[in-house]
Each structure stands twice: as structure tokens, then as C-alpha cells.
Design a protein around this ligand. Structure first.
Ligand code: FAD
Length: 452
């Protein structure tokens, strides 16, 4: 049977673009890709990249004060959102161009259209044309969802925050996950009076409790008005503000309310159900370890499969798909011990099990130290950092490493290699400290603070 293409990819985000370019460029496959919005997807256009640039922008607010403490005659000025936002979008346009070119230069034919699946080997584009392919890869990502309640349509999501007309004076962020916490830090740093509601008992559920606690404390210390155990009941327009009634009995006005309480996979209206492709509890596409669905010619990678929703994971899944399908080398994706960073202020870097997860699994030793880092302490800052290792009593392996500190994302990338290699606590101890840096504590902690 002959097809128009060897591979048709639906979705031009992190996973889709990588799979398309490697299949075409390195394996000579005939590949097409459909993207309904902008190339680069969530990460480049409305996720990691613009968010990190906003983190950078927001961190300058502290620098003038710190510089003064170090003897510099320097005054902090005002932040101009308009200048930053326009520059941000110029940069995103540039990056989108790079993504388009990557596809073009690797011989991938791209269609700027929505696509859905018609049968096991056919895709229909929004203009009605149909294309056949030996393999179909669904890489359609996810989207933010706002729960329905009175006035919920007044809320924005992380998609809109990069396009604000002007910087609000007051803002409510609802949610306790990493996206909500990161934006609380960003907006606070940019000078917005920021309130955060989270219905749970502590932010950043799923991460190490001690690390979550420190981040929460520091966020409050930085001026974010964090309300735990609190949710929104209803919202209504009040002039050009939004009146928010909350479960804690409060009623407050905000200029902007952003919801970051959850994301859903983009798996609806793709025509998959009729083909018998299984969907999970959140609507995600169910795949096996090779990212293959129940229909052998259809694969799915990235956030639409709701495995580990991170850019490098979507990329890995894309590469493993190509390896499996086009190189005849079946390659499952390894989802164990993925290091990751949370760009809260302070930042967190984490890999492996939290203390709570590890203790539930086996007897452990906990090594932890929390201290005021030199740079900030000299400037009179009260911020603390945390360095923590979770060690198996039986194997001595480091099961988890949790860092809350400026630059923790950079540190955890490197510590992640050791943990992934199965390093023991004694391997950490054998490594000579780098002095004077915060991370030297990772190799100098001698006594466990507790066992569990
Ligand atoms: C605010 C925010 C911050 C984040 N920060 C980080 C971070 O710091 N680090 C990190 O690793 N991850 C981060 N992420 C997660 C990361 O962005 C995603 O895990 C990653 O983008 C997933 O890639 P993907 O290829 O699965 O999907 P996406 O990048 O979402 O790409 C999917 C693409 O498919 C297109 N599409 C959807 N349906 C169709 C259709 N029917 N036809 C044609 N095209 C379609 C969409 O328009 C989109 O471009 C963040 C996410 C958000 C929202």
C-alpha cells in the first residue's frame, strides 16, 4: 500500500517538531506536520521560554537594593511592562521562525492548519484536504482549563498573561502548582500586589514537604499574600476591577485574576474515539512504553499523553518514537529520575523521591541543611536556602536530591547525573567540595538529621 507520507505529525510543539525533523532529516523519511496555531507550541510561545524571561525580568527588582548593600551608588527605577512585553514578543517571533526553518531545512512539509484523524492512515486538514501516511504521530499538547463557577469567564490563564495590555496593580493567582507559584513570584517581583489562593494545605503538592514549606515561607516573606485552604466562590465585574468572593469569607477587588489550577490534554475532536484509541481519566491518549496507541499506526507523545508533562520529556518521547519506528530499534522512554526545576523565588531543583515518598518505600536517612547564603546575608537579606539528600539505608543510594536556592535549576541538572547513575551517599562524600558555593553542602553533610 502506498501513502503520501511515511509520517504525518499533528502538532508543531516540542515533541512534534523534534520527531518530524529527526525522522525526515536523519532518517530520510517523507514527513508532513500540521500546526493550527504557532510553531514551537506551549514551551516556546506560552510556556517555559516566555515564563523564564519574565522570571529574569522580575528578579531585577531586588538587585538595586543588594547592589547598594555592596557599596554601589545605584537607584532602582520603574519597570516598563510595555517595553518588556514588546521585546518578549519579538523574541518569540524569532524563535517561532527558527522552528519553522528547522522543519523546512529538514525537508518536512508543513501545513498551517488544524488536523484530525480520519482512519488509521488518513489525516484531514481544516481545509478539507486529506493526506495518507504510514504512521500518524499525535503531539497536540495540552491547554489550561478554568473550572466553571459564577464569573469564571473573567479569569485569564497562563496563555493570556504574556499579552496583558498593562501591568495590573493588583492580581489574584489561583492554584498551588508550579505554574501558579512561578507566576506569583514573577508578578510580585514586577511590583504587582500579588495574592495567591490555594485550596490545599500547602503549595506544590507532590514535591518534598520541607522544600515546599521553605518556598511557601519565602514567598510570603517576599510579600506575596498566600492564602492556603482558600478557594474562589464567585467573581463579578466591578467597574474595571474584578470582585472576588472567597471561601474564607473575604471579598476583595483585583485588576486581574489568573487561574492556574489545571491543564487538559488536547485530545478531543481528533477523531480518535471512533478508531478505538483509548483515552484515560483526564482525557489523555493512552499509549504503551513505545508511545504506541491501540491502533498500531497511530502514536502519541508529549502532554497529550499526560505522562510527565515537561518539554525535555516530550522531546525524548519524540526521539524514542523515531528510534522505534524508523530505525527498527524499539526504545521505551525512561521516565525514572527526571530532574526538574521550579522557577519560584526562591527556585527549586529536584530529582528523585521526596522524603515522604522514600520513607513510604524503605528505611531512609535524611541529610539536610538550611542556611542564609553568603551573597544575600552580606546584603542583609534573611532568605534561606535548603540542600537535602534522601539516602537509602539498605543500598546507600541517593534516592532524592532537593535544592531550594538561587540557581537550583542549574545545580540539579548536574546532581541529577549522579543520582541517575546510582551514586551513593559515600560517592557524594568522596567528591571534594567547591568552595565557597552553596552546593558544597551537598558533599559535606556528615550526619543524618533524621532516619525514617
Ligand atoms: C506556563 C507554562 C510553563 C511551563 N514551564 C515549563 C518549564 O519550565 N520546563 C518544562 O520542561 N516544561 C514547562 N512547561 C511544560 C511544557 O511547555 C510542555 O510540557 C511541552 O510544551 C509539551 O510539548 P508537546 O509537544 O507535548 O505539546 P505543545 O508544546 O503544547 O505543542 C502542541 C502543539 O499542537 C498544536 N495543536 C493542538 N491540536 C492540534 C490540531 N488538532 N491540529 C494541529 N495542531 C494542533 C498546538 O497548537 C501546539 O502548538 C510549561 C508549561 C506552561 C503552560
Amino acid at each position: 500500500m502506498s501513502f503520501d507520507y511515511d509520517l504525518f505529525v499533528i502538532g508543531g510543539g516540542s515533541g512534534g517538531v523534534r520527531a518530524a525533523r529527526v525522522a525526515a532529516g536523519e532518517n530520510g523519511a517523507k514527513v508532513a506536520l500540521a500546526e493550527e496555531d504557532r510553531y514551537g507550541g506551549t514551551c516556546v510561545i506560552r510556556g517555559c521560554v516566555p515564563k523564564k524571561l519574565m522570571v529574569f525580568a522580575s528578579e531585577f527588582s531586588e538587585m538595586a537594593g543588594d547592589a547598594q548593600a555592596y557599596g554601589w551608588d545605584i537607584q532602582s527605577g520603574a519597570f516598563d511592562w510595555g517595553i518588556f512585553r514588546d521585546k518578549l514578543h519579538t523574541e518569540l517571533d524569532r524563535l517561532e521562525g527558527i522552528y519553522r526553518n528547522i522543519l523546512k531545512n529538514n525537508g518536512v512539509e508543513s501545513f498551517d492548519l488544524r488536523a484530525h484523524v480520519v482512519d488509521a492512515h488518513t489525516v484531514e486538514l481544516a481545509d478539507g484536504t486529506r493526506k495518507t501516511a504510514k504512521h500518524i504521530l499525535v503531539a497536540t499538547g495540552g491547554r489550561p482549563v478554568v473550572p466553571e463557577f459564577p464569573g469564571s469567564d473573567l479569569a485569564i490563564t497562563s496563555n493570556e498573561i504574556f499579552h496583558l495590555e498593562k501591568l495590573p496593580e493588583t492580581m489574584l493567582i489561583v492554584g498551588g502548582g508550579y505554574i501558579a507559584c512561578e507566576f506569583a513570584g514573577i508578578m510580585n517581583g514586577l511590583g504587582v500586589k500579588t495574592t495567591q489562593f490555594y485550596r490545599g494545605a500547602q503549595i506544590l503538592r507532590g514535591f518534598d514537604d520541607e522544600a515546599r514549606g521553605l518556598i511557601s515561607e519565602e514567598m510570603c516573606q517576599n510579600g506575596i499574600d498566600v492564602h492556603l485552604g482558600t478557594n474562589v466562590l464567585e467573581m463579578e465585574k466591578d467597574g474595571d476591577k474584578i470582585r472576588v468572593k472567597a471561601t474564607n469569607g473575604s471579598e476583595q477587588l483585583f485588576d486581574v485574576v489568573m487561574y492556574a489550577t489545571g491543564r487538559a490534554p488536547n485530545a478531543d475532536d481528533l477523531g480518535l474515539e471512533v478508531l478505538g484509541v483509548e483515552r484515560g481519566r483526564k482525557g489523555e491518549i493512552v499509549v504503551d512504553e513505545y508511545s504506541q496507541t491501540g491502533v498500531p499506526s497511530i502514536y502519541a507523545i508529549g502532554d497529550v499523553t499526560d505522562r510527565v508533562n515537561l518539554t525535555p520529556v516530550a522531546i525524548r518521547e519524540g526521539m524514542a518514537f523515531v528510534e522505534t519506528v524508523f530505525k527498527g530499534n524499539p526504545t521505551p522512554v525512561d521516565h525514572e529520575l527526571i530532574p526538574t526545576a521550579i522557577f519560584t523565588q526562591p527556585e527549586m531543583g529536584t530529582v528523585g523521591l521526596s522524603e515522604e515518598e522514600a520513607a513510604a518505600q524503605e528505611p531512609i536517612e535524611v541529610y539536610a541543611t538550611s542556611f542564609k547564603p553568603m551573597q544575600k546575608a552580606f546584603a542583609g537579606g534573611t532568605q534561606r536556602v535548603l540542600m537535602k539528600l534522601i539516602v537509602s539505608q539498605a543500598t546507600r543510594k541517593v534516592l532524592g536530591c532537593h535544592i531550594v536556592a538561587p540557581g537550583a535549576g542549574e545545580m540539579i541538572q548536574l546532581a541529577g547525573i549522579a543520582v541517575k547513575m546510582g551514586a551513593t551517599k559515600e560517592d557524594f562524600d568522596r567528591t571534594v567540595a567547591v568552595h565557597p558555593v552553596m552546593a558544597e553542602e551537598l558533599v559535606t553533610m556528615r550526619q543524618p538529621v533524621r532516619t525514617a
